[in-house]
Write a protein that binds this ligand. Structure first.
Ligand SMILES: [Zn+2]
Length: 249
């Protein structure tokens, strides 16, 4: 996994940063700096849940094929949960669901990521997170917006809907859909103590956060492709916002 990421990221002009070592595994973040110092920071994150195989695979393909705009600072964390990935399970080897650990910070992986961000000179402004939902028939996303700028959701969903079903029936984990595939979420955790990464980010800084959920009932190759479609659409939107949208991120 890391070898593939390393090759694709290096080829795309990213630099590696070792952010920690947990139970024999190095944790890596890849960064690609913009041509200007005040650029917006975009964070792509996957592999928090080790049994959701499509996220890291989609990120590798995006590293290989995407057009990484020099106008942004890009931060890529392809695999936060290497022990869970090896065991093919949601939690890490100690049984911690890392995506509920951003308030408690009981896991070394969570602490490594948070500490890395604390040492950056600029905050995260846009967050794209790659997951899958084993129960879902269609693709959907969570949008949590505490930051400025237009919503990326319509462009992302239009792109995915060209080739994949969107989740049309709610509620999904008690969340109503505001349109097919689209859940808007307040920056409040569903469980008071169980903060996901997206909640921590959106409560720490003004962030526009998009958590993609590939439909678990589709085969792996299609789950990967649906996430690539969503990620590509987000990157295209950032590079060339649809005309008429003048709000800045
Ligand atoms: Zn997940």
């Amino acid at each position: 996994m890391y070898q593939q990421v390393s090759e694709a990221a290096t080829e795309a002009g990213f630099q590696s940063d070792r952010v920690g070592r947990v139970a024999g595994d190095d944790l890596w973040i890849w960064t690609r700096r913009a041509s200007t110092p005040d650029a917006t920071v975009v964070f792509l994150s996957s592999g928090i849940h080790g049994d959701e195989r499509s996220g890291p695979e989609a990120l590798i393909r995006l590293l290989e094929m995407a057009n990484w705009d020099d106008a942004y600072d890009w931060v890529v964390m392809p695999l936060l949960n290497p022990s869970g990935w090896r065991l093919n399970r949601r939690e890490n080897a100690d049984g911690v669901d890392l995506n509920r650990d951003f308030l408690r910070r009981s896991a070394a992986e969570t602490n490594a990521l948070i500490d890395w961000w604390r040492h950056q000179s600029k905050p995260c402004s846009i967050h794209l997170s790659f997951h899958e939902d084993w129960e879902a028939d269609g693709f959907y996303l969570y949008e949590i917006a505490t930051g400025p700028g237009p919503s990326l959701a319509p462009s992302i969903l239009m792109s995915v809907a060209g080739d994949f079903p969107l989740q049309s029936e709610g509620p999904v984990d008690d969340h109503a859909l505001c349109a097919p595939g689209w859940i808007t979420h307040a920056p409040d955790p569903d469980e008071p103590e169980g903060w996901p990464e997206a909640i921590w980010l959106t409560r720490t800084w003004p962030v526009r956060s998009y958590t993609f959920e590939a439909p678990g009932r589709l085969p792996l190759a299609q789950r990967i492709d649906s996430l690539i479609s969503a990620g590509s659409a987000a990157l295209n939107f950032l590079s060339k916002p649809p005309s008429g949208l003048n709000e800045k991120f």
